[in-house]
Write a protein that binds this ligand. Structure first.
Ligand code: SF4
Length: 344
């Protein structure tokens, strides 16, 4: 019988399995604790389990480990890991420390179907979804193998579109959120989407207190079409109402990410358009100056232009913050490693 990765199981599933083996369900909590709280991947090290149970678990399951293919360390403390999965596919995970938190940026797919033109992840196309166990393994890797040895927040903003691997991402979130797992509060977990409307609608019904972040990067369909092909399927005129509905249903604020690219989406007309489409919505806009890419002539607007844009948005009643890109020197902008946009 082929073995399965134990980290695919929720605590309830593990309890059910152990009950079926005539074992006490509380052993599930012990196993979870070894795997998720102590980062142990060897059943024989689970010293509070009987020898018999350890052997039984080892005969049915494995706890796979991710290989480290490469590590990039930024001068700001950010670490990007290129991780090798069991089948040799590669994904990236990033550890981003700041004053009182360490955020893990996690991938959900190998490659991506959505081909945003500013993102390296979409270039080679989509290969496959990550399993629940692989998503959890990234989080565990960041917690136990990064220099920080700590993980307080998670953003699903690495390679892949989380809503395109919806069921695995939701299950992984519930396991990460579990008090018997990594115990990271739902409000410390952010799902970042390119704007997949069915995913936004489904999330609204999950009863999960996670944060929702939508990559906007433009305030009109013609401009957004140029950099995010997904806009042709889910255009702003439908996406923004879906976000308004999400707020109505969940009472949870939506964050909009807006990468500022000089000469493309950063003038006062763009700010006015953005103010208009978000008017009256309880939301937040994160402005992110573009990482410069010399060969593509992509650069961030001047500080003056950025601050005029920000002030114009604030004046129209929008809650706006300016985010400093992290890990600039290692291109660690979470799935947006490199701009490939050329304005047509
Ligand atoms: S930004 Fe996200 S959705 Fe767009 S191509 Fe990259 S990984 Fe895919």
């Amino acid at each position: 019988m082929p073995k399965h990765d134990l980290r695919d199981l929720s605590i309830e599933e593990l309890e059910g399995l152990l009950s079926g083996w005539q074992e006490k369900p509380y052993h599930a909590r012990q196993v979870f604790s070894w795997v998720h709280k102590k980062g142990i991947s060897d059943f024989s090290a689970m010293s509070d389990l009987s020898d018999d149970l350890r052997k039984k678990l080892a005969s049915r399951f494995f706890i796979g480990s991710l290989g480290l293919a490469k590590i990039f360390k930024s001068s700001d403390g950010t670490e990007k890991f290129l991780l090798r999965l069991g089948d040799k596919d590669l994904v990236e995970a990033v550890s981003i420390p700041s004053a009182n938190r360490v955020t893990g940026c996690i991938s959900t797919q190998v490659g991506c179907k959505f081909r945003c033109s500013f993102c390296a992840s979409g270039i080679s196309g989509f290969k496959r979804n990550l399993s629940v166990a692989e998503i959890i393994a990234e989080a565990l890797f960041l917690k136990y193998k990064s220099s920080q040895k700590k993980l307080t927040h998670i953003v699903f903003m690495g390679t892949g579109e989380p809503f395109d691997n919806y069921d695995c991402v939701m299950k992984a979130i519930r396991i990460i959120n579990s008090p018997f797992g990594l115990n990271i509060g739902a409000r410390r977990i952010t799902i970042s989407t390119s704007g997949i409307i069915p995913g936004i609608k489904k999330l609204a019904d999950e009863g999960l207190q996670v944060e929702l972040s939508v990559s906007l990067h433009a305030a009109d369909d013609a401009t957004r079409d140029l950099i995010m092909p997904v806009n042709k399927i889910y255009p702003l005129k439908e996406l923004i109402p879906a976000c308004r509905d999400y707020f109505k249903k969940t009472n949870r604020q939506v964050t909009f990410e807006y990468i500022m690219i000089k000469g493309f989406n950063s003038d006062l007309k763009n700010a006015a358009d953005l103010g208009k489409i978000l008017k009256g919505m309880d939301s937040k806009v994160n402005l992110i100056p573009a990482n410069p890419v010399k060969e593509l002539k992509i650069e961030a607007p001047s500080d003056k232009e950025i601050s005029q844009f920000k002030n114009a948005l604030s004046a129209s009643g929008i809650n706006v913050t300016l985010r400093k890109p992290r890990g600039e020197d290692i291109e660690a902008a979470c799935g947006q490693l490199r701009f490939s946009y050329e304005k047509k």
